[in-house]
Design a protein. Structure first.
Length: 436
């Protein structure tokens, strides 16, 4: 059985971002089981968590980025590649700026720092996504495939095609992800850019602090004022970027990845499709899942009763961080009598209420919150994406962003099958039951 891992001891790194050039200090801290990889922007007025997961991926040109609300962190791919290669599952990364240090454009500094800190196993089995069916994402002449591997490992083949540019040419690289191979063959491969692209980017103020000595700038004759660390360094760095992007799934992906000329955007689209595929498989098993909390236990935690109790059972709980509940929607619901008699549709406000109730069950997993009620304070970023009708099974998911003694915040979604019915960010005040 594979167990989750975190780092043994806290450490710090600092440096300038590759794109913005701003100095950043980063503190890496061990994290408890089931915490996942979480960035925290400490430079904001109120420190903001940015978890690593597909829902937090946001698009940037030539780099990866994660965003939660207005807070974002850019260029995490080299750090995430090192995390992926070392099998780290839980980690807190505090950063006092919007972009991680770029160092020499490779993942080596991060990889060595993690190794020096040490990696320790935890007691909980690690989560992995196994590619069960072929998935393909294409864009123009670029393509990337995820295929079943059959051996519970991640193997990658990358075809880099610069045949029209003699400074690089065509390069092919295949590997199986592992700590030893990554450290010896991939960690030192650096970011590269064509000479014309570098001039254009610096004219736009991007990477203006860099010179060809700091990063691989490639002309038709090869690197300018620099030299390759490997003859095929360019394709090796593309593999590093891909390894980092795949880890944005929130856990390791097992299978075979075959890529042709892809970049961050296409890599991340594949990640989202892999996670969606895994979610559909999981939801099929959810229908018959034995509840962790049945209706009797739910009624001992929540004060709601008919006709306003909108959670039938809870089928998954990850510590006090994540929860999945079920609401079976039937024609016997009282609200269908008036909403609407001819075309019954579950009111959006009740879907939000159901998400709020499952959030309250999540908060109750903390011992210090026993006996407290979660009163809804604010509702942000609400999107109703599809109607919920009699016969639907509403899958309610809540992920805690912040939980304090008197307040809490959750990112919530409601699914019907593999479709998102609604999503919202909910904030609560936690009060003692006797004050009501």
């Amino acid at each position: 059985m594979k167990l989750q891992k975190t780092i043994k001891s806290e450490f710090k790194l600092s440096g300038r971002g590759l794109f913005g050039g701003k100095d950043a200090k980063v503190v890496f801290k061990p994290a408890e089981e089931e915490r996942g990889i979480v960035f925290i922007r400490t430079d904001l007025d109120s420190p903001m968590e940015i978890p690593v997961g597909p829902r937090y991926i946001t698009q940037r040109d030539r780099r990866s980025a994660l965003q939660n609300g207005t807070a974002f962190v850019e260029t995490p791919e080299h750090c995430m590649a090192a995390i992926h290669a070392l099998g780290i599952d839980n980690l807190i990364i505090e950063i006092d700026g919007p972009e991680l240090p770029g160092f020499d454009g490779s993942a080596e500094e991060y990889f060595k720092a993690f190794q020096k800190s040490g990696i320790v196993e935890q007691a909980t089995p690690r989560k992995e996504i196994i590619v069960a069916e072929p998935i393909c994402v294409t864009e123009g002449d670029k393509s990337i495939y995820a295929l079943p591997g059959g051996d519970e490992k991640l193997s990658i083949t990358y075809d880099l095609d610069y045949t029209q540019f003699t400074g690089i040419g065509r390069q092919l690289y295949s590997c199986e992800l592992g700590e030893s191979h990554f450290g010896q063959n991939l960690s030192r491969a650096r970011t590269f850019v064509l000479e014309a692209e570098a001039r254009q980017m610096q004219a736009m103020g991007i990477g203006a602090h860099l010179s060809p000595k700091d990063i691989l700038v490639i002309s038709s004759d090869g690197p300018i004022k620099n030299s390759y660390r490997y003859d095929d360094e360019c394709v090796r760095h593309k593999v590093v970027d891909l390894i980092g992007d795949l880890r944005l799934a929130g856990c390791s992906i097992l299978g075979r990845i075959v890529a042709y000329k892809t970049g961050h955007s296409l890599n991340q689209k594949l990640v989202q499709k892999i996670v969606e595929q895994a979610g559909r498989r999981e939801q099929k098993s959810t229908v018959s899942a034995k509840p962790l909390l049945d209706i009797r236990r739910i009624q001992k935690i929540l004060p709601h009763r008919y006709p306003f109790l909108l959670v039938d059972k809870v089928v998954e709980i990850e510590s006090d961080h994540w929860i999945k509940g079920i609401k079976n929607v039937t024609i016997n619901e009282q609200f269908f009598q008036g909403h609407f008699p001819g075309t019954p549709v579950m009111p959006g406000v009740l879907i939000i209420e159901a998400m709020a109730q499952v959030s309250g069950l999540l908060f109750a997993q903390r011992l210090e919150n026993t006996g407290k009620l979660a009163l809804l304070l604010t509702i942000d970023h609400v999107k109703i994406r599809r109607p919920v009708v009699p016969g639907d099974q509403l899958i309610l998911i809540a992920e805690a962003d912040k939980v304090r003694s008197r307040a809490a915040k959750c990112t919530c979604s409601a699914m019907v099958g593999d479709e998102i019915a609604a999503e919202a960010q909910l904030k609560f005040m936690l009060v003692d039951d006797e004050t009501m």
